[in-house]
Design a protein around this ligand. Structure first.
Ligand code: NAD
Length: 456
């Protein structure tokens, strides 16, 4: 009998395994594919590696902007993928070592819960049975499909396919969905000189982000030659020789057709619970995701869920890791550590995007009295040194006591800067407290100090 069984070894699963093992628990960790899950193998890490390579390519071509005359710059997509694979493999090797050091029993294969009662759970994997007092489900999510004719055609890809190296020879790509995956893939492909079109169903790309951020990234992508159609209703994909055509209705209601060598479906991800439970087990699900209480308890005794598979969870690796730390603490009768309410969001375009807390529009909707400060990148030495498209940092504070409530950033290193602002909000800091801290010069972080100063 194991103390804790964990199904799925993505960021949620391996973090839970490490936290549990460090508390002296015996742990069995099931994984049907690769250690590291979507984030490491088909998500966050490989995308950012490819984005880095495409940025290096753009910088090499535009070397004259930095005083470097370059010619004959060649793109080697296979070498880009090889670099990405090397990074992923090195991180995966590190995880393998960590699990070994933690004495976690790693079982390769598809796990199924066959019984769950007040004392334990029985899990079958291959032809073996495992029993555990507590079971944590961390099976993540899979790309969501859309119910249109032609979705099954060869050349219609998901982000999994793209990150595994499919589609590298495509000279043109239509991306259905202008969310985070759509935008980041558009950035990679357009940087490499491919023709990219985004078809987004909503009124703007990156719908959950602040409108001004979406407009900035819209402008940036258009400047990089990406065509963007918002409020587009996609109807059908057809094949004409070796070309795929997408029929859709545009904003005005006119029927349109565009064609490209490939189509990427980036319309979100859906919780993965397929085959997870034997027929006699009935966990409460909401659109395939496990319904849990605030501690992560599912409707089954001693069965918990973390990450993308838990209903209502923001599907981000850092949220899965936070939930993993909390669930293991609850199982071990400890206080929760992580604040799950405050979630930073990042998009790895150039310039990068990051957001935390409330936006100005949300504050208005909620009737909150606020003060805002906006600092543009053109006034910051490090941003100008870094080069690239212009951006800004916006800070939102409560009008009465100056407490920081939110921040939106479009600037170099925004995805790193957001950490400082997340700490400020989590610690109820005021603009005056933030402004009182010496920020090194020249750094992009000075944007934060500058905005905070404007608020006092
Ligand atoms: P998403 O929910 O961010 O975006 C999906 C987009 O597709 C939305 O804008 C939606 O309006 C649009 N859409 C849905 N149906 C459509 C249709 N029929 N036609 C046109 N557009 C349609 O999902 P995603 O971009 O696929 O990413 C999946 C998950 O992975 C998200 O939760 C995301 O946060 C996460 N992710 C995060 C990062 C990051 O943090 N940088 C990067 C990649 C993915």
């Amino acid at each position: 009998m194991f103390d804790i069984a964990i199904i799925g070894a993505g960021p949620g699963g391996y973090t839970a395994a490490d936290e549990a093992a460090r508390r002296g628990k015996s742990v069995v960790l099931f994984e049907r594919n690769l250690l590291g899950g979507t984030c490491l193998n088909r998500g966050c890490v490989p995308t950012k590696a490819l984005l880095r390579s495409s940025k290096a390519y753009v910088e090499a071509i535009n070397g004259n902007e930095y005083g470097i005359a370059s010619s004959g710059v060649q793109l080697d997509f296979s070498a880009m993928h090889a670099r990405k694979t090397k990074i992923v493999t090195s991180l995966r090797d590190g995880l393998t070592k960590l699990m070994k050091k933690d004495k976690v029993k790693l079982v390769e294969g598809e796990a199924q819960i066959v019984s769950a009662n007040d004392a334990s759970c029985t899990i079958v994997c291959g032809n073996m049975e495992y029993e555990a007092r507590e079971t944590v489900i961390a099976t993540g999510s899979v790309p969501k499909s859309i119910p249109i004719p032609g979705i099954e055609l060869p050349g219609v890809l998901t982000s999994d396919d793209i990150l595994e190296g499919e589609g590298k020879d495509l000279s043109s790509l239509i991306i259905i969905g202008g969310g985070v995956i759509g935008v980041e893939c558009a950035e990679i492909y357009t940087a490499l000189g491919r023709q990219v079109t985004i078809l987004e169903a909503m009124e703007r790309i990156l719908p959950p982000f602040d409108k001004e951020i979406a407009q900035r990234i819209n402008m940036h992508l258009k400047k990089s030659n990406v065509k963007i159609e918002t409020a587009a209703r996609v109807a059908e994909i057809t094949q004409q020789d070796d070309i795929l055509c997408v029929r859709y209705c545009n904003k005005k209601g006119d029927e349109q057709q565009i064609c490209a060598r490939g189509v990427l479906i980036a319309t979100g991800r859906t919780a993965e619970t397929t085959g997870l439970f034997a027929n006699n087990i009935h966990a409460k699900l909401e659109r395939g995701a496990l319904v849990c209480d605030d501690d992560g308890r599912s409707s089954l005794p001693h069965v918990w869920a973390i990450g993308d598979v838990r209903a209502g969870t923001t599907q981000l690796a850092h949220v899965a890791m936070a939930q993993a730390r909390n669930v293991i603490r609850v199982i071990c009768h400890e206080e929760q550590l992580m604040n799950e309410q405050l979630i930073p969001s990042c998009v790895y375009t150039s310039p990068e995007v990051a957001s935390i807390g409330i936006t100005e529009a949300e504050a208005k909707e909620r009737g909150l009295l606020i003060r805002t400060a906006k600092v543009v990148t053109g006034s910051n030495a490090k941003c100008l040194i870094e080069g690239g498209d212009s951006g800004y940092l916006k800070l939102i504070a409560a009008k009465d006591n100056g407490r920081i409530l939110g921040a939106q950033l479009v600037c170099p290193r925004a995805t790193d800067l957001i950490g400082e602002l997340t700490v400020a909000i989590a610690q109820d800091m005021t603009a005056a407290q933030l402004a009182a801290v010496i920020h090194p010069h020249p750094t992009v972080n000075e944007l934060i100090a500058e905005a905070a100063l404007q608020l006092i």
